[in-house]
Design a binder for this molecule. Structure first.
Ligand code: NAP
Length: 264
C-alpha cells in the first residue's frame, strides 16, 4: 500500500531533491505540498516543479483537514519547521524533519508531544549515512581524547550556526568524553569569536562559503598525535537515502527519535 506524503518546502534545494525522490519511489505517493507562495495552486503551476496535479497549501492546518496523509516531511526554516512539526504531531501525521536549528526546548517539547499522541517522528540534523558514521566514530574517539575541535563548513545560504550536525556531534561526544576546557586556560581572543563557539569545553568553528554543500571535520589531539574524522556531502542526493529510510522506519514508530543513528 502506498505511503501518502505531504512535503513542506518543495522549491528549496533540499525540498526539490526530496520531491524527486518521493516521485521515484514506487511505494511513496506525494499527496500535497506546503509552500508559502503558491497557496491554492498545483505543483505543476510552479516553475521548475514536476508536471503533476499535487495541491499546494500555505496553511498546514487547512492542508491536514483536506488531505489524508501518513507522513509529513519538513525541509524549510527552523521557526516554521517547528510549527509544522507540532501541527503534524497534533494531527497524528508522522513527521520526518530535516530542517535544522530547533532549540533544545523545542526538541524536548516535540518529544513529549510525540509520546502523548503515540505518533512516530524523526528529526535528523543530517540524513547522510556517512555523516552519521562520522558522528558515531567521533563519539567512540571521545572516550580516549578529551581535546577536540569541530570544524563544520556549509554553503553561505545556511541560516543557523553552528550546524545541527556539529551540535549533535558535540552532544554525542559529551556522552563519552571527560569534560575539558579546550585550549590554554589563559588564552585571549584578540578578534572576538576567533576560538569559535563553546559546548562543554569543546570548540566549534563554522565556515560559510559559496561552493560548499555540507562538510565536517572532527579533530582530536593528544600528546604526539592527532586523529581527524571527516565527512563531505558533495551534493544533496547524499541526504535522500536517509530521508527514504526515515519515511519507512517512522511508519512503525510511536515516539520521537532525534538523529538518524537512533533508527539505523
Ligand atoms: P532552502 O533552499 O533555502 O529552502 C528552504 C525552503 O523553505 C524554501 O522553499 C523556502 O521558500 C521555504 N520557506 C522559507 N520560509 C518559509 C515560510 N515562512 N513558510 C514556508 N516555507 C518557507 O534551504 P535548504 O538548503 O533546502 O535547507 C532546508 C533546511 O534543511 C534547512 O534548515 C537546512 O539546514 C536543512 N538541511 C538539512 C539536511 C539534513 O540532512 N537534515 C541537509 C541539508 C540541509 P522561499 O523560497 O519562499 O523562501
Amino acid at each position: 500500500m502506498a505511503i501518502n506524503i505531504i512535503l513542506a518546502g518543495p522549491r528549496g534545494r533540499m525540498g526539490s531533491e526530496a520531491v524527486q525522490m518521493v516521485l521515484k519511489e514506487a511505494d511513496f505517493k506525494l499527496v500535497a505540498c506546503i509552500d508559502r507562495k503558491f497557496d491554492g495552486q498545483h505543483l505543476k503551476d510552479i516553475d521548475g516543479m514536476p508536471d503533476i496535479d499535487v495541491p499546494v497549501f500555505q496553511d498546514i492546518e487547512k492542508c491536514f483537514q483536506q488531505v489524508k496523509a501518513d507522513i509529513f516531511i519538513d525541509l524549510t526554516v527552523p521557526e516554521v519547521g517547528y510549527y509544522h512539526t507540532k501541527k503534524a504531531l497534533e494531527n497524528k501525521i508522522r513527521p520526518v524533519v530535516g530542517t535544522t536549528g530547533f532549540t533544545d526546548e523545542q526538541i524536548i517539547e516535540l518529544t513529549e508531544l510525540a509520546k502523548t499522541n503515540h505518533t512516530g517522528c524523526i528529526i535528523a540534523p543530517n540524513f547522510a549515512i556517512g555523516a552519521v558514521l562520522m558522528m558515531k566514530f567521533s563519539q567512540m574517539a571521545g572516550k580516549y581524547f578529551s581535546d577536540v575541535e569541530i570544524i563544520e563548513k556549509h554553503h553561505d545560504k545556511k541560516l543557523d550556526a553552528p550546524s545541527g550536525t556539529a551540535k549533535k556531534t558535540a552532544e554525542m561526544i559529551m556522552e563519552t568524553r571527560e569534560f575539558k576546557k579546550q585550549g590554554h586556560q589563559d588564552e585571549k581572543e584578540t578578534i572576538k569569536g576567533s576560538r569559535g563557539g563553546e559546548m562543554d569545553g569543546m570548540r566549534i568553528h563554522s565556515v560559510r562559503l559559496p561552493g560548499l554543500v555540507a562538510h565536517q571535520e572532527v579533530i582530536f589531539g593528544s600528546s604526539g598525535q592527532t586523529l581527524s574524522i571527516k565527512h563531505d556531502s558533495l551534493n544533496r542526493d547524499s541526504f535522500m537515502e536517509g530521508i527514504k529510510l526515515s519515511v519507512l522506519k517512522v511508519m512503525d514508530m510511536n515516539e520521537l527519535a532525534y538523529g538518524l543513528e537512533n533508527i539505523l
